[in-house]
Design a protein around this ligand. Structure first.
Ligand SMILES: [Zn+2]
Length: 223
C-alpha cells in the first residue's frame, strides 16, 4: 500500500464490527459501516466519502449505511446476491438490537450491485471484487490494486485463525469451503487481510496456521 494512502478502522455496534475507511488522494471508501453511521461521518470530518460498500448483508455490516450515505451523499454498493436481503437486514436478523436501536437502520436500495471482477476506485487505489459466498450467498471480498496493492477487505469470510459462520440463514459450508480453497490460491501471502471482526492478519500467517485454510478442511460436508 502506498504510504500516502491511509486506512482508518472504527469498531462499531455491539458485535464489534470493523468498519474501515480507505483514504486516497482526497477520496474515501468506507467498508462495512455496521452501525453508528453518523458517528463515522463525524469522525471522518473533512474527509470526502466518495463510496460506501458492504461486504455482505448482515445487519452488523449494513446498519450504519443509511445514516452515512444520507450525510455524505456517497453511493453505496453490495454484492448482487445479498442486495435483496440487505434492505431488510434488521428484520431478518435474530439479533437483539435494544441497546443500539438508535444507531441502526435498514439501508436504502443500493446504488450499485457488485459482481466478480468489478472494480471500485478511490483516489489512486482500486479494489477488485471477488465473490466469496459461504457466510452469505452474495458476500464479497475486495482485493486492493494500484496504490492499495497489498491489502484486502475480507468481510466475514476469513478471520485470523478462523472463518465466517455458515450456520446463519443462507450460509453454506459447501460454498465456504470452495471459497476458502480459491482464496488460498488467489491472494498473495504478503497481503494484509482486514477482517470484519477481530485483528488484521496476513495471508502468509493464515496459510501457515488457519485450520480452515488447510487442504483437509475443504471437504464438502452435508449441506
Ligand atoms: Zn456476517
Amino acid at each position: 500500500m502506498d504510504t500516502r494512502d491511509e486506512i482508518r478502522c472504527f469498531v462499531v455496534g455491539d458485535l464489534e464490527t470493523n468498519c474501515y475507511a480507505y483514504v486516497s488522494a482526497g477520496e474515501c471508501l468506507v467498508v462495512d459501516p455496521g452501525a453508528s453511521g453518523a458517528r463515522i461521518a463525524d469522525e471522518l470530518g473533512d474527509v470526502r466519502v466518495t463510496q460506501v460498500v458492504a461486504t455482505h448483508r448482515h445487519h452488523d455490516h449494513v446498519g450504519g449505511v443509511r445514516a452515512l450515505v444520507e450525510l455524505t451523499g456517497a453511493p453505496w454498493a453490495i454484492g448482487e446476491g445479498d442486495a435483496a436481503d440487505a434492505v431488510r437486514a434488521l428484520e431478518i436478523s435474530s439479533h437483539d438490537f435494544v441497546a443500539l436501536r438508535s444507531e441502526l437502520a435498514d439501508p436504502p436500495e443500493p446504488d450499485q450491485l457488485l459482481r466478480e471482477g468489478d472494480v471500485l476506485e478511490v483516489g489512486t487505489a482500486r479494489f477488485r471484487v471477488v465473490e466469496t459466498p459461504g457466510h452469505t450467498p452474495g458476500g464479497i471480498s475486495l482485493l486492493g490494486e494500484g496504490s492499495a496493492e497489498g491489502v484486502a477487505f475480507m468481510g466475514d469470510t476469513l478471520f485470523a485463525g478462523s472463518c465466517g459462520r455458515t450456520d446463519l440463514m443462507g450460509g453454506s459450508w459447501k460454498q465456504m469451503s470452495s471459497t476458502l480453497e480459491r482464496l488460498a490460491g488467489l491472494i498473495d501471502p504478503g497481503v494484509t487481510l482486514l477482517c470484519g471482526h477481530d485483528p488484521a492478519t496476513t495471508m502468509a500467517r493464515e496459510l501457515a496456521s488457519n485450520p480452515y485454510l488447510q487442504p483437509g478442511a475443504w471437504r464438502p460436508s452435508n449441506d
